[in-house]
Ligand binder design. Structure first.
Ligand code: ATP
Length: 349
């Protein structure tokens, strides 16, 4: 019998701007050390390119990105460009047009010393935020009436569809082993909240073995700080997921360490990026933490079906952190490159 040729996954690499340009090469270094058989192709999508061409993503690049098995992404942002239009033309376009409706933001504490929480029994943090990624307040519907006058009216619409709400709730139940907590603000945002509540009850009925709990977002923020160990899977809308995942990043050591994946479980498309942005205050000096990007790369290979490799990368990250081989935000003194080397070395040994 003829063996099927081994197909290498094709990864589109978009380091973009600021800290993104520094951390993505470290993630690729670690993937190579882990023996990943991946073909990487770098794309010139960044603020310099945007300023030259006026196009956030050139048409030829877009057609390649649609075909890639996965996208490894850094961060977008630059003081020289209008943030909203550039962000919408790159990251939001990719999320919306590739229909990457699930934003996975795991938060796991790899070493006790990174926790800001005083009580030791509150530190076994291993939770997953499942954030709706294609709707809500991010769709850009609305406008400014009488702009620039003292009578100005600004409207920003919060879009929630039956399909969008139902499919993200479904995903959360599939991701959970024990309990899903749904977070909304149905007491104040009554129309959108009613749809979330209705579908929450309907989807929960299909998963009788999974426990359910509902929290308003203000209470969820409070509970996350009081005792984050009580959470396994939190499912929520686009805005609340964005905010709560910055909070959970701080619970595990800070913005530099938190990974994320933007996926479509049906089409299998995926874009993987650290939760942090371009870190303009520290970018360009070789001190940004590459761990968020490295763990995002680990999520990417898991998504592509390489579970053992993903576990090995996570293990190497944990071991480097515990050994204190990290950047200064985690209490170490290594540079961005040296942290990449420290993780890569553990995978080669
Ligand atoms: P952007 O406008 O690109 O979103 P930002 O300033 O809003 O940038 P982040 O880039 O997420 O937000 O940075 C928030 C804070 O976290 C900053 O103080 C930054 O220095 C810190 N930070 C972000 N990424 C890292 C990193 N990789 N390593 C260390 N610190 C980081």
């Amino acid at each position: 019998m003829r063996r099927k040729p081994h197909l290498r996954n094709h990864i589109a690499v978009l380091p973009c701007d600021g800290a993104g340009k520094e951390v993505v090469p470290e993630a690729i270094k670690v993937l190579s050390a882990a023996g990943a058989e991946l073909e990487f192709q770098d794309y010139d999508v960044n603020a310099d390119q945007y300023l030259r061409s006026g196009q956030p993503i050139p048409a030829a690049v877009w057609s390649d990105l649609q075909k890639a098995d996965a996208i490894l992404f850094g961060a977008v942002g630059d003081p020289r460009v209008d943030d909203a239009a550039y962000l919408a033309g790159v990251l939001l376009r990719l999320r919306f047009e590739l229909d990457l409706y699930v934003n996975l933001r795991p938060a796991k504490l790899y070493d006790d010393r990174l926790s800001p929480l005083r009580r030791e029994d509150r530190r076994k943090i291993d939770l997953l935020i499942v954030r709706e990624n294609t709707e809500g307040l991010y769709v850009g519907m609305g406008g400014r009436f009488k702009k620039g006058t003292e009578q100005e009216v600004a409207v920003q619409e919060d879009l929630n569809t039956y399909l969008g709400v139902t499919r993200i709730l479904d995903y959360a139940f599939q991701a959970a082993k024990g309990e899903v907590v749904m977070v909304d603000k149905a007491n104040a945002m009554t129309y959108a909240g009613a749809l979330w509540q209705q579908q929450w009850k309907a989807v929960a009925k299909k998963h009788p073995k999974i426990k359910t709990r509902h929290l308003y977002v203000d209470a969820a923020a409070m509970q996350l700080v009081r005792d984050p160990t009580q959470f396994e899977v939190i499912v929520t809308g686009n805005l609340f997921g964005d905010i709560l995942s910055d909070l959970t990043a701080e619970l595990i050591g800070g913005m530099g360490i938190a990974p994320s994946g933007n996926i479509n479980p049906e089409s299998k498309r995926g874009l993987f990026e650290p939760v942090h942005g371009t870190a303009p205050d520290i970018a360009g000096r070789g001190v940004v933490n590459p761990i968020g990007a490295i763990l995002s790369a680990s999520m990417m290979v898991r998504h592509l079906g390489h579970n053992e490799m993903a576990n090995a990368i996570e293990g190497a990250v944990e071991s480097a952190i515990r050994a204190g081989e990290c950047t200064r935000d985690l209490g170490g003194s290594l540079s961005t490159h040296e942290v990449g080397d420290a993780v890569a070395k553990r995978l080669k040994d």
